[in-house]
Design a protein. Structure first.
Length: 293
């Protein structure tokens, strides 16, 4: 069952979410768009999208961005971008990637459907996506879909930037992008099932999405954060080569972070140098768009 929230104004959003939760929807649904921050007069929407969740953690959408109880998108970022409405997208990422083509496409359209519903009162408000790992692939598929479907045309036209945290865009060193996605699954599960791994490694949709996304590269600004620390025995899960789009500096900022694949988008306090670097770059991207001075 899907939870569709169209929050506008703090009282309305809280009432909508409480009502849905009372009905069991918010707790049981793996597909939702949750408002984290809702300022009185927002000038931009930020939508955060998590990656693979093979352990089925019901709080994965939140825990992806949380360290020591602090969810930086909610607890720190509003201090830097006070006019941003910040939303959290949750979805069944296991089905998305195990089901290959159909799964990723369905979750991408699910994302578009939720975002469109949440923006009915201002469908042209500037929009930015922030993605961790395979969540970036869902966002890329969603943006390609929105550019080809007039139903979601306003989302494509409103989107001006994407921040990727360790999203694999391509393979490297004689490996396919599907192999890197499978490595991500291993780093989270240890010993995933053979069927699950075969679905990930054998998926041609990942290359198709990468190719289709190229048509949008000149229209958007990108922040590419990539890991530089090994994740135990798995080493660097998504290499710099795989994580970067390879665009000119005017279109893509490539930023190494002193973290592994799991910790790259978790910050316990706003004094963390990594958080400051992330927030500085996000703020600069917004200033270039003249979202605020």
């Amino acid at each position: 069952m899907k939870l569709t929230m169209v929050p506008w104004g703090r009282k309305q959003s809280e009432k909508t979410y409480r009502t849905a939760k009372k009905e069991g929807k918010a707790e049981n649904s793996k597909n939702f768009l949750k408002v984290l921050v809702n300022p009185p007069n927002p000038t931009v929407d930020i939508v955060a999208v998590h990656g693979l969740n093979p352990l089925g953690n019901p709080l994965h959408a939140e825990s992806t961005w949380t360290s020591e109880g602090k969810l930086w998108l909610r607890d720190f970022l509003p201090n830097r971008i006070p006019s941003a409405r910040i939303l959290l997208f949750g979805y069944n990422s296991n089905v998305a990637f195990q089901a290959s083509t159909a799964g990723i496409t369905e979750q991408a359209e699910n994302l578009l459907n939720h975002v469109q519903a949440a923006r009915t009162m201002d469908p042209n408000r500037p929009l930015v996506f922030i993605c961790h790992s395979l969540g970036g692939i869902v966002v890329k598929r969603a943006l390609v879909h929105s550019s080809n479907d007039k139903t979601y045309e306003s989302i494509r036209k409103s989107t001006f930037g994407v921040a990727f945290f360790s999203t694999p865009h391509k393979g490297g060193n004689h490996t396919e992008v599907g192999d890197i996605v499978a490595k991500i699954a291993r780093s989270l599960l240890g010993s995933p099932s053979n069927n699950f791994m075969d679905a990930l490694k054998g998926s041609s949709i990942l290359d198709t999405i990468a190719n289709d996304f190229r048509q949008l590269l000149e229209d958007l600004q990108f922040l590419t954060f990539y890991e530089t620390q090994p994740l135990g025995r798995f080493g660097i899960v998504v290499t710099q080569h795989s994580a970067i789009l390879g665009l000119p500096g005017t279109r893509e900022k490539q930023i190494p972070l002193d973290a592994d694949h799991r910790q790259i988008c978790k910050f316990a306090n706003d004094d963390d140098p990594m958080y400051q670097q992330v927030a500085d770059n996000i703020t600069k991207m917004f200033k270039r768009r003249k979202i605020f001075k």
